[in-house]
Design a protein around this ligand. Structure first.
Ligand code: GLN
Length: 491
């Protein structure tokens, strides 16, 4: 019998639509897989067994009634715990929201339900999406299925670990500085950050509102494109949502899969292709560039001189926005309330709640952001970082006058051992060296597996102009057709 957990989303949806299996069978297979491996992987913070089976039954009933099913009907999906789910616990990886059951679904979650996907549960993440390893989760780290002693990336490491471990074929992540793409790279899976505003932030617990972008994670480029199409598009409930349809990313992925990139011009980012990355990562990247050239792409070098300032600018802008966004967690409105014994003032209760409820990285960001925004320092830090953001956007604009898309490695290093980078925050921040520019600019970026370094996966990043998400899918699918997909050792 086919192992339903090893199939792609496209294959599962086909079997469900054709009546060769049921959504309930598919869901049970994944719940069994979760039960078998979760003790080692810890991808989930909450598994919604009852909700998943009910959603699956509803799909099977709709099929039995002869209703037309969408392209992802009956396909299980894991959702990063940063999105609100009605009645289902949502913690954002933080103690401060422990036990909170939101009264509403995020737009993305509503669209997943409408598409007939089956939400298996909520995945682990660095607290408030701040981190690159899931080690800053208040609920313990997730483990990389390629090597359980290593990190699965972050902040969305639960989502990437879940799909790499065959606990789910699809997952949702959110990318503020790389949290979809870097986990994808280090787990040998596909992760796409859509154009900012191309996917709704309604119900996405805010970290850095001008950067936060939810998006798809999958094991193949086509699966990611289908998920992207299902969740994307205008949402009147998000003031920065773009009132235009998402480009046809599914058609682009199919076109790319033919393996022909004739007429496509790709720019290798000079600043990200020399030193700075591990030799094994750079070697795999260079081999993939050759593979892309063999598919017909024209390859040129493009210098983006301001990209080297992206990391410091991000670590002023993102903490600044976070210090403002996280002010709402005060022990009054949501989740945890500490020390409310009738003898303490409201201020004391708020302060105690935030002291107990937030972990060290979140506190560090709040302090950094508060400092960067404070009077006397604002111009020197936050204001300066915004100017750098403009210069980075100009680098992108100039580059896209010459090439269709930019390519680079996704992250400078392969999955590192758990504990290796927690002592020095800067070492953790470096994981996003290559992904942050696209967030500051707002354009789309995708990580696609491109090879192995010492037995661990390496990702290649494709970056495209805003609202040209289809281009990156075409290039990624073409590379995938050349290098194949990567399967971790059996768990
Ligand atoms: N790792 C980066 C950070 O810690 C990016 C996080 C993200 O994209 N959510 O901020």
């Amino acid at each position: 019998m086919t192992d339903l957990t090893k199939l792609t989303a496209v294959e599962i949806a086909g079997l469900v639509a054709g009546g060769e299996t049921s959504a309930v069978e598919v869901t049970r297979a994944h719940l069994d897989r979760i039960a078998a491996v979760e003790g080692r992987v810890h991808a989930f913070l909450h598994v919604d067994t009852e909700g998943a089976l009910a959603a699956a039954r509803a799909v099977d009933e709709r099929r039995a009634a002869g209703e037309e099913l969408g392209p992802l009907a009956g396909v299980p999906v894991a959702v990063k715990d940063v999105l609100t789910t009605k009645g289902v616990p949502t913690t954002v990886g933080s103690k401060i929201l422990e036990g909170w059951r939101p009264p509403y679904d995020a737009t993305i979650v509503q669209r997943l339900r409408a598409a007939g996907t089956v939400m298996l549960g909520k995945t682990n993440m660095d607290e408030f999406a701040m981190g690159s390893s899931t080690e800053y989760s208040a609920y313990g780290p997730s483990h990389n299925p390629w090597d359980l002693d290593r990190i699965p990336g972050g902040s969305g490491g639960g989502s990437s670990a879940a799909i790499a471990a065959y606990e789910a074929p699809l997952a949702i992540g959110s990318d503020t500085g790389g949290s979809i793409r870097q986990p994808g790279a280090v787990t040998g899976t596909v992760g796409a950050k859509p154009t900012y505003g191309g996917t709704s932030r309604y119900g996405l617990v805010a970290f850095s509102s001008s950067l936060d972008t939810p998006g798809p994670c999958a094991r193949t480029v086509l699966d990611a494109a289908l998920l992207h199409a299902a969740i994307g598009g205008h949402d009147p409930r998000d003031s920065t949502s773009i009132p235009q349809p998402v480009p046809d990313v599914v058609a682009a992925a199919r076109l790319g899969a033919t393996g022909d990139l004739t007429g496509v011009k790709l720019g290798v980012v000079t600043e990200f292709s020399g030193e700075g990355g591990e030799p094994g990562v750079m070697a795999a990247f260079r081999e993939s560039v050759d593979a892309l050239a063999k598919l017909g792409a024209e390859i040129v070098e493009i210098s983006c001189p301001h990209f080297k300032y992206a990391l410091p600018a991000y670590y002023l802008i993102a903490p600044s926005e976070c210090s403002s966004n996280l002010a709402r967690f005060d022990g009054v409105r949501f989740g945890l309330r500490e020390g409310d014994d009738g003898n303490r003032s409201l201020e004391e209760v708020m302060s105690l709640t935030r002291d107990v409820g937030f972990g060290p990285e979140v506190k560090r960001r709040i302090m950094l952001g508060t400092y960067a925004l404070s009077s006397g320092y604002y111009d020197a830090y936050y204001g300066q970082a915004q100017k750098v953001r403009t210069l980075i956007t100009r680098d992108f604009t100039a580059a896209f006058e010459q090439v269709d898309a930019l390519i680079s490695p996704t992250t400078p290093f392969v999955a590192f051992p758990i504990g290796a980078r927690t002592a020095d925050p800067y070492q953790m921040y470096l994981a996003d060296l290559y992904t942050i520019p696209a967030n500051l600019y707002g354009g789309p970026g995708i990580s696609v597996p491109c090879g192995l370094s010492e037995g661990l996966p390496v990702g290649l990043q494709v970056m495209a102009p805003t609202m040209a998400d289809d281009r990156m899918y075409r290039v990624a699918a073409a590379l995938e057709s050349a290098v194949g997909t990567f399967t971790p050792p059996a768990l």
